[in-house]
Design a protein around this ligand. Structure first.
Ligand code: NAD
Length: 475
């Protein structure tokens, strides 16, 4: 049994991340103890609390982990799943630290989890559990706009974030910044436009950027650009659905979609919104009229394609299936979908892996925008939209006079428009993902690093070292 495997033979997720960290540390010359400090999880809060469900009292197991306090507040999602355990939440918190550093989001990494299956619990009981969890966090000072700010993750969404905010506000009444205690809220509760689709859109921007680099595409025998690329997506939840929609709209061909119950396949391409409607109406993606069913959902990962996007859970590509993966590019939309052993196999096969610590950072980037919006108490674009429209109108008048030509009403509408919140959020996200990609690629090239994951860790660790140094903690 390798050092990275626990007693049950399955992987310790935290050790997997440590392994990736250590590979990157070879390219960084700094005292070992300081690297150990960056790797370590600063605070782990494991809790049990009782909740009355029906006539029974159930003891709920839950966690909040703050991996790093080098920047505050800490930031990270909250997941609801029966697979939640301390190792998983510690790992996801660590990933958040590295992720935030890569995209220049000034937060330390955190993560929370409650061990429940939200699919088998009523909404009323999920609300009770969420509210109780929040009050436990408040009691121990593990939540707050300047302390630790949760967000949605696997099994949670806007509804849960609203309950967290409402519970926080009722126990901290009068806190003018209370809205910033959690992100991923509905717009009417202080959310920001564009947060829901942010992670999926970030995945799209990251992969699009890669597909525009000739050198990278030629290295795996593909043409430049996204149009016509064959894509498989695992998980049609928040991240997977939005990523699939943006890829579909851009002219890529979604040939397979995989969910828990099975997968569907059509080599000519699936219409993502029609599949989503079918899923909503039938509770399953199977038996979609324009596709073939694949009963064993894991087999969908092994189909011939250009790009594979795992967007469900961790460790889905492992040593037993890595050799059968035919994708030329894997975009890690989920956190930790590839085990270290599989990573090595895929590296040897020449597959380009776009790592989670970069690719799914769109969610935390837009969460950062939401947090800033909540602290500034004003919607993005509110102050400048009309001003910009007036300036544009004057500008157009000058152009029409100088060119002696009338601009059409349609063109005018497009040029005159001042920026709305959604425009600003999306442009901030696009810029962040494009910059992040090129910073990683520059490090990969300059240090002659073999893959994007190690280069991304080098970039991230260097930024964390820099902030510790500026804090005066590392000499
Ligand atoms: P979600 O709960 O909205 O969706 C997950 C989907 O995966 C669900 O539709 C579920 O049915 C499906 N699924 C579960 N098991 C599966 C299996 N064995 N095969 C195929 N599909 C399966 O969760 P999400 O928010 O989309 O998160 C997905 C991944 O992305 C997680 O790893 C999460 O940590 C990561 N992530 C999410 C965000 C975010 O903003 N939501 C941000 C960064 C990373």
């Amino acid at each position: 049994m390798s050092k990275n495997q626990n007693k049950t033979g399955s992987y310790s997720f935290f050790n997997c991340i440590e392994k990736n960290f250590d590979k990157a540390a070879r390219f960084i010359s700094i005292e070992k103890g300081l690297l150990e400090q960056i790797k370590a999880c600063n605070s782990v809060y494991r809790m049990h609390f009782p909740v009355k469900i029906g006539k029974e009292v159930k003891v709920i197991e839950a966690y909040r982990v703050q991996h790093s306090h080098h920047k505050l507040p800490c930031k990270g999602g909250l997941r609801y799943s029966m697979k939640v355990n301390q190792d998983e939440i510690m790992t996801l918190a660590a990933l958040m630290t590295y992720k935030c550093a890569i995209v220049d989001v000034p937060f330390g990494g955190a993560k929370g989890g409650i061990k429940i299956d939200p699919q088998t619990i009523s909404s009323e009981n999920i609300e009770k559990i969420t509210r109780r969890y929040t009050s436990e966090l408040i009691k121990k000072n593990f939540i707050g706009p300047g302390i630790d700010v949760p967000a949605p993750d696997y099994g949670t969404g806007e509804k849960e974030m609203s309950w967290i905010f409402d519970t926080f506000l009722s126990l901290r009444s009068g806190d003018v910044d209370a809205l910033a205690c959690v992100t991923g809220k509905p717009i009417s509760q202080g959310g920001v436009r564009g947060r829901k689709e942010a992670t999926g859109l970030g995945v799209f921007y990251g992969i699009r950027e890669l597909c525009h680099v000739k050198e990278e595409m030629y290295s795996v025998g593909l043409d430049v650009g996204l149009v016509g690329k064959k894509i498989i997506i695992q998980g049609l939840g928040n991240v997977g659905y939005h990523a699939a929609s943006f890829f579909h709209e851009s002219g890529a061909i979604i040939i397979a979609l995989a969910e828990r119950e099975g997968a569907i396949y059509n080599k000519k391409g699936l219409n993502v919104s029609k599949v989503f409607l079918h899923l909503k109406n039938n509770g399953s993606i199977l038996n979609f009229p324009e596709a073939k069913n694949i009963e064993n959902t894991e087999k969908a990962l092994e189909l011939e394609c250009d790009i594979l996007i795992p967007a469900a859970l961790e460790n889905v590509i492992h040593k037993n299936n890595a050799n059968r993966i035919k994708a030329k590019i894997i975009g890690e939309a989920a956190n930790g979908p590839i085990t270290p052993e599989a990573d090595e196999i895929l590296d040897k096969k020449g597959v380009i892996i776009v790592p989670d610590i970069y690719l799914n950072a769109g969610g935390v980037t837009v969460s950062y925008f939401e947090w800033l919006k909540n602290l500034s108490h004003v919607r993005y674009g509110r102050m400048e939209k009309k001003f910009r429209e007036n300036v544009n109108a004057e500008f157009l008048k000058v152009i029409e006079t100088v060119c002696k030509k009338k601009i059409s009403i349609e063109e005018k509408k497009m040029i005159l428009r001042g920026p709305r919140e959604i425009d600003l959020v999306r442009s901030g996200l696009e810029d962040t993902m494009i910059n992040g990609f090129h910073k990683i690629r520059d490090i990969k090239k300059s240090l002659k690093i073999e893959n994007m994951r190690t280069a991304a860790f080098v970039l991230s660790i260097n930024k964390i070292i820099d902030s510790y140094e500026k804090l005066g903690i590392f000499p």
